[in-house]
Ligand binder design. Structure first.
Ligand code: PLP
Length: 358
C-alpha cells in the first residue's frame, strides 16, 4: 500500500487562461476593460501600512454595512468572502447537505460540479433547451436538495425573469435556491426584492466584473439571517479572516462611487450591443446577452476552433469549449473597450473574406 492511495483525487476547475502575449486583447475571462473608480486608487495610495500589523475585521463590517445599506437589507443578511468563488464554495458546504440532488443547468458555470464533487454532494445537470433557455418545469418538481443557476446565465448570457425565480422558490420551500448574480449589473434583474418573502433564497454577487476588481477578490452572499449565520459559522470553521484589509477598504471605496459604477456599466452595455450587431452582420448567431460578454456561433463556412486559433495568433484571446459537442462552434467573447472590439471586428471581416475565397 502506497501513501498515495490516501490522497484526495479531484478534477479541478480550469480557469480561463492568463496568457503572456504581447499587446494582448484579453477577452476570455469576463474582466472589465475599464479601471475601478479613481477612489480605489486613492485608497491604495493612502493605505496605512501600519494597519497590516493587525488582523482585518473578520466580518468586513464596514463593507458589510455599506452593502446592506446599498441593497436595503440588514447587516446580518450580508456575507462577504474572498471572491464569489469562495462564497460559492462555502455555500455549497453550508447549504447542500441533502441526499436529494442539487440541480443546476448542464450549460452553466463549470465550477458548480467541481464543488459538488469535492464535497460529495449528489447533483443533476439539467439540460437547457435547444435555444439554451432554462425550462421552468425542470426546477418545480419539488424533489431537489438544492438549486443553483446564474442569472444571467454563463456562458449563454440569457436572463430569466423574477416570475421564473419566484416560481422555483414557491415549489422548493424545503431547500436553498441560489441565484448567482455575477453578471446582473450588465442588464439583468436582481432577485433581491424576493429576499423579503423567501428565506430559502441566497443570492451571490461579485466585485470582479461590474466593479472592475477581479484582482482584489471580493464576493458577497445575500440571504436570510438564518442562512447567512450558517454561512458565517462554516467560514469561521475554515478561515476567519478570509477578506484582507486591503480588499475591505477597496470594496468600500468602490461602493462609495455609484455614479462612476453606473457610467461604466452603461458603457460596457452599449459596446456589447454594438458588437453583437456587428457580429450578426458578419453571419454570426448571438444570444440575447445581458452580461459583459457575447456568446456567438460562427457562420457556417467558419470553424470555431480555426477562428479561435487565428485570433490567438493575433493576441486576441477568447473562450472556447472544443470538447462540448453542443457549443463547440460557439465562442464566448468578453466585452473590451470600443477600440478593442473594433479591432476584433476588423480582423473578423478579413478572416471571413479569406474563408469565402478559399
Ligand atoms: C457565473 C459566475 N459566478 C461566479 C464567478 C466567480 O467570480 P469571482 O471572481 O468573484 O470569484 C464567475 C467568474 O467568472 C462566474 O462566471
Amino acid at each position: 500500500m502506497s501513501w498515495q492511495e490516501n490522497l484526495r483525487d479531484v478534477e479541478p476547475y480550469v480557469s480561463g487562461e492568463q496568457p503572456k502575449l504581447p499587446n494582448i486583447i484579453k477577452l476570455n475571462t469576463n474582466e472589465n476593460p475599464y479601471p475601478p473608480t479613481p477612489k480605489v486608487k486613492e485608497v491604495l495610495q493612502n493605505f496605512d501600512a501600519e494597519k497590516l500589523r493587525l488582523y482585518p475585521n473578520a466580518d468586513a463590517e464596514g463593507l458589510q454595512d455599506a452593502i446592506a445599506t446599498r441593497y436595503g437589507l440588514s447587516k446580518n443578511q450580508v456575507f462577504i468572502g474572498n471572491g464569489s468563488d469562495e462564497v460559492l464554495a462555502l455555500s455549497f458546504l453550508s447549504f447542500f447537505n441533502s441526499q436529494k440532488p442539487l440541480l443546476f443547468p448542464d450549460l452553466s458555470y463549470s465550477f458548480y460540479p467541481v464543488y459538488a464533487d469535492l464535497y460529495g454532494i449528489p447533483y443533476e445537470k439539467v439540460p437547457v433547451a435547444e435555444d439554451f433557455s432554462l425550462n421552468l418545469s425542470d426546477y418545480t418538481k419539488g424533489n431537489a436538495g438544492g438549486i443553483i443557476f446564474p442569472n444571467p446565465n454563463a456562458p449563454t448570457g440569457l436572463l430569466v425573469g423574477l416570475d421564473f425565480i419566484e416560481s422555483v422558490l414557491v415549489h422548493n420551500p424545503d431547500c436553498i435556491v441560489m441565484i448567482d448574480e455575477a453578471y446582473v449589473d450588465f442588464g439583468g434583474v436582481t432577485a433581491i426584492p424576493l429576499l423579503a418573502k423567501y428565506d430559502n433564497l441566497v443570492i451571490t454577487r461579485t466585485f470582479s466584473k461590474s466593479r472592475s476588481l477581479a484582482g482584489i477578490r471580493l464576493g458577497v452572499a445575500l440571504g436570510s439571517q438564518v442562512a447567512i449565520k450558517k454561512l458565517d459559522d462554516v467560514k469561521n470553521s475554515f478561515n476567519s479572516y478570509s477578506v484582507d484589509a486591503f480588499a475591505q477598504a477597496v470594496g468600500f471605496a468602490s461602493l462609495s462611487d455609484e455614479s462612476y459604477f453606473k457610467k461604466m456599466c452603461t458603457k460596457v452595455i452599449a459596446t456589447r450591443n454594438q458588437f453583437a450587431q456587428d457580429l450578426q452582420a458578419l453571419g454570426f448567431t448571438v444570444t440575447d446577452s445581458r452580461t459583459n460578454f457575447v456568446f456567438a456561433k460562427v457562420p457556417k463556412n467558419v470553424s470555431a476552433q480555426n477562428l479561435f486559433d487565428a485570433l490567438y495568433a493575433q493576441s486576441i484571446v477568447v473562450r472556447h469549449w472544443p470538447n462540448n459537442e453542443r457549443i463547440k462552434e460557439w465562442l464566448r467573447i468578453t466585452i473590451g473597450t470600443d477600440a478593442e472590439m473594433a479591432k476584433f471586428i476588423a480582423f473578423l471581416k478579413e478572416y471571413i473574406d479569406g474563408q469565402s475565397t478559399i
